[in-house]
Design a protein around this ligand. Structure first.
Ligand code: DX5
Ligand code: ZN
Length: 227
């Protein structure tokens, strides 16, 4: 019943001038998924990259590409992100009026469908689309930037998402301020996919393995998978 624990480094904190190398380096250091943050300067107050960059980065790794769309509207671009090599495509519940339609479109493209919830968005936003979902992303900071402080009130929200998901095969992902210090509480509440930007990429390439392992150790301990 327990979903596998997955560590997903966010390349937002990588050196974009060497994106392919950075992705290969975190894969080599033990990353389970690669988390790619797409920002449009409209839905969130920052701009990153789009589908062409993801397509160029795709050959760098065979790991699952977890694409987090912080863009509005998202629907006109879903096909491009699918073609670029996304495995999971996550849209924000707040980004458009037709979440049900967006999720259907993602699955129709043959991709796993995710919904992200901003800190102020209630869990009820996904109640009626729960059977169209493969992943729920609980934002543990306000999206837009790496290196922000974890919002503790989100732990209770993760519990509520876990209760809603029940036995369905749905991943519960957390994103923002995840470190070896905060990983335990989110895993205890039910999260199984941990996104981490700063906490993975700090210290340069030689530190990536230790950084990932530090988060994994805390999470596995909490799950009773490590003594
Ligand atoms: C925030 C992004 C995150 C970000 C997390 O808007 O969605 O994926 O990279 O960065 P850290 O782990 O540094 O908070
Ligand atoms: Zn993200």
């Amino acid at each position: 019943m327990n979903r596998p624990l997955l560590i997903a480094p966010s390349v937002l904190s990588a050196d974009f001038s060497r994106l392919g190398e950075e992705i290969a380096a975190v894969e080599d250091a033990g990353a389970d998924w690669i988390h790619l943050d797409v920002m449009d300067g409209h839905f969130v107050p920052n701009i990153t990259f789009g589908a062409p960059v993801i397509a160029m980065a795709r050959p760098a790794s065979r790991r699952h590409f977890d694409v987090h769309l912080m863009i509005a509207p998202a629907d006109p671009f879903l096909e491009a992100f699918a073609a670029a090599g996304a495995d999971t495509i996550t849209v924000h519940a707040e980004a458009g009026p037709h979440l049900d339609r967006s999720l259907q479109a993602i699955r129709k493209l043959g991709k796993r469908a995710g919904v992200a919830l901003n800190p102020a968005t209630p869990v009820s936003a996904i109640q009626h689309v729960i059977d169209r979902l493969d992943l729920v992303l609980v934002m543990t900071v306000n999206p837009g930037f790496g290196g922000q402080a974890f919002i503790p009130a989100m732990v209770e929200k993760i519990r509520q998402v876990k209760a809603l998901v029940g036995d369905r095969p749905v991943d519960i992902e957390v994103d923002g301020g995840i470190t070896a210090e905060t990983a335990g509480s989110v895993v205890a509440a039910g999260a199984n996919v941990l996104v981490a930007g700063n906490a993975v990429f700090r210290g340069g390439a030689s530190a990536y393995r230790g950084n990932i392992e530090a988060i994994r150790a805390v999470a596995e301990l909490e799950r009773g998978e490590r003594a």
